[in-house]
Ligand binder design. Sequence first.
Ligand SMILES: [Fe+2]
Ligand SMILES: [Fe+2]
Length: 285
Amino acid sequence: MALKLIDKILEGIDKLPSPNIVVQRIVAVCSKPDASSSEVANTLMMDASLSARVLKLANSAYYGIPRKITTLSEAVMILGFKTVRNLALSVFTYDMVFKNRSSSVDRERLWEHFIATAVASETVAETVGYPLKEEIFIAGLLHDIGKVVYDFLLSEILEMEVKIAQKLKKNLIEVEEELEVPYHTEVGAKLLRSWNFPDLLVYSADYHHNVNANPNELFLNQVSMVHIGDVLANLMIRGASLSWGDPVLSPFALNALRLKPRVVLKILERSKKKYERAKEFLKLD
Ligand SMILES: [Fe+2]
Ligand SMILES: [Fe+2]
């Protein structure tokens, strides 16, 4: 069964909504080492509705800027172009999550899980002193995008998995394993690769449940940050990820980042506070 399903997913991935040209261009510009903030602002300006929603987020409590930001170039100047790129990607991901309304999957809760994971992963990055925390925010935001692919292409299977997970108090990945269906992790990684998104995002989607399965340990530290962010997000909002088992923290990931469990508890408390300030991300219409 798994083989046929993966074929169906691979065929379907191309027909899913993909980042529009403006978002694609922003991602490309930001992965260049010589990226410039004016390039980012000028690209964003080509899409008025995206720009307006980015400005709304830039003015949210999450960033705590004391005065109102009214233009994109100001937002880029104050927040940095990586954060502005993240805001554009958040708007796009929000639209993708909510575009498919035919299944009974609780998309509002799933979106809460995406934001909670982005915030918690970013907090892990800050705590371990990783300099590119914006990359970890977006890796956290997109880690479970495979569940959205399932919701679009194989919603009846996802609905069944969620029912089983809820009834037997299991995690979705365990149910996927038992049913021998493709993992949401590999499905998400395939989608992000098809969009030519940076490898860090692909690896975080692929290995966030199984950090030590990553064969060459590429992006090991970053994937570990997303893994811990995901576990913390599951503790913050139980069931929102469509998983109902106990979140399991990987000792391998803790080791990679040299994090002690008591520090992780502190990160949890900090993430909860930051999540409270991230409410504007939850209503992006
Ligand atoms: Fe997951
Ligand atoms: Fe997750």
